[in-house]
Design a protein around this ligand. Structure first.
Ligand code: PEP
Length: 244
C-alpha cells in the first residue's frame, strides 16, 4: 500500500522571519492531514531553522539538491552527510530547474540519488518533458531516458526512491497537466519500475498543483501525491492540498 505524500519545494524563497511564520502555521495545521506524509524542502541555509521548528512534528523536511560527491574539495557543493546532520529525510534530485539552468544530466541525477541513499536520505527523482518534447510525441521516451541511470542503480535502490513526474511546461506556469495526461505518464513510470519489481515506489505529480486541482489529480490510480512549488509557500493552501 502506497501512503500518500505531499512535498513542498520552497525553491529559492524564504527569510528567517517569513519561514518562522510559515512553519508555525504548518505546525498548527499538521493535525488535519493524518492520512498522508507531508514534507517541505527548504534552501540549505534554513535547514537548521526548519529542523528546529518541525522536529517532533508530523511534517518532515529535506533539501533541494545534494552533491554527488562525498566530503572534499567541491566548493559550493553540499554533501549528503551535511544534510544528514540536519536530519533531512528527503532531497530533490534532477528538478527541471537544475537540469536546465545547471546542465544536470541524467547520469548526474542518478549519482545524486545514489549519494542520498548512501546516507539514508530518500531522493525524490524529478523527471519530465518539455513542451516541445510533448508536442513531438516524445514524452515517454524522455521519461524512460531520464529514469534509465536511476534504474541501473538496481532494484534495492529503486525501491527506496520517490519519483516525481513534473512536466516542464506545467512548472510555475499555472498550466497543469490534466489528470488523464498525468495518469498516462504515471502509468508509464509505474510500468517501468515494475520491471524491477518495485510496485510500492511512490510517484508524485508536480506542476502548478493547487488546492483547486489537487483532488482530481489524486483521484488517478497511479498518482500518489504531489511535489508542490509556488503553492507550498502559503501554509493554508499547502495544507488544503495535503487534505485533498
Ligand atoms: C516545483 O517547483 O517542483 C513545482 C512543481 O512548482 P509549481 O508547483 O510552482 O509549478
Amino acid at each position: 500500500m502506497r501512503r500518500r505524500l505531499v512535498i513542498g519545494n520552497w525553491k529559492m524563497h524564504g527569510s528567517l522571519s517569513g519561514n518562522a511564520a510559515l512553519l508555525a502555521q504548518l505546525r498548527e495545521g499538521e493535525g488535519v492531514v493524518g492520512h498522508c506524509d507531508i514534507a517541505v524542502c527548504a534552501p540549505f541555509p534554513y535547514l537548521a531553522q526548519v529542523q528546529g521548528v518541525l522536529q517532533s512534528s508530523a511534517v518532515s523536511w529535506g533539501a533541494q539538491d545534494i552533491s554527488a560527491h562525498t566530503l572534499g574539495a567541491y566548493t559550493g557543493e553540499v554533501a549528503g552527510t551535511m544534510l544528514d546532520d540536519f536530519a533531512c529525510r528527503w532531497v530533490l534530485v534532477g528538478h527541471s530547474e537544475r537540469r536546465s539552468m545547471h546542465a544536470e544530466g541524467d547520469q548526474l541525477v542518478a549519482d545524486k540519488a545514489s549519494a542520498a541513499l548512501a546516507v539514508g536520505i530518500t531522493p525524490v527523482v524529478c523527471v519530465g518533458e518539455t513542451l516541445q518534447e510533448r508536442e513531438s510525441g516524445r514524452t515517454t521516451d524522455v521519461i524512460t531516458r531520464q529514469l534509465a541511470p536511476v534504474m541501473a542503480l538496481g532494484a534495492a535502490a529503486v525501491a527506496k526512491v520517490v519519483v516525481a513526474y513534473e512536466p516542464v511546461w506545467a512548472i510555475g506556469t499555472g498550466r497543469t497537466a490534466t489528470p488523464q495526461q498525468a495518469q498516462d505518464v504515471h502509468a508509464h513510470i509505474r510500468a517501468s519500475l515494475a520491471v524491477l519489481a518495485t510496485p510500492d515506489v511512490r510517484v508524485l505529480y508536480g506542476g502548478s498543483v493547487k488546492a483547486s486541482n489537487a483532488a482530481s489529480l489524486f483521484a488517478m490510480p497511479d498518482i500518489d501525491g504531489a511535489l508542490v512549488g509556488g503553492a507550498s509557500l502559503a501554509a493554508e493552501e499547502f495544507l488544503r492540498i495535503a487534505a485533498a
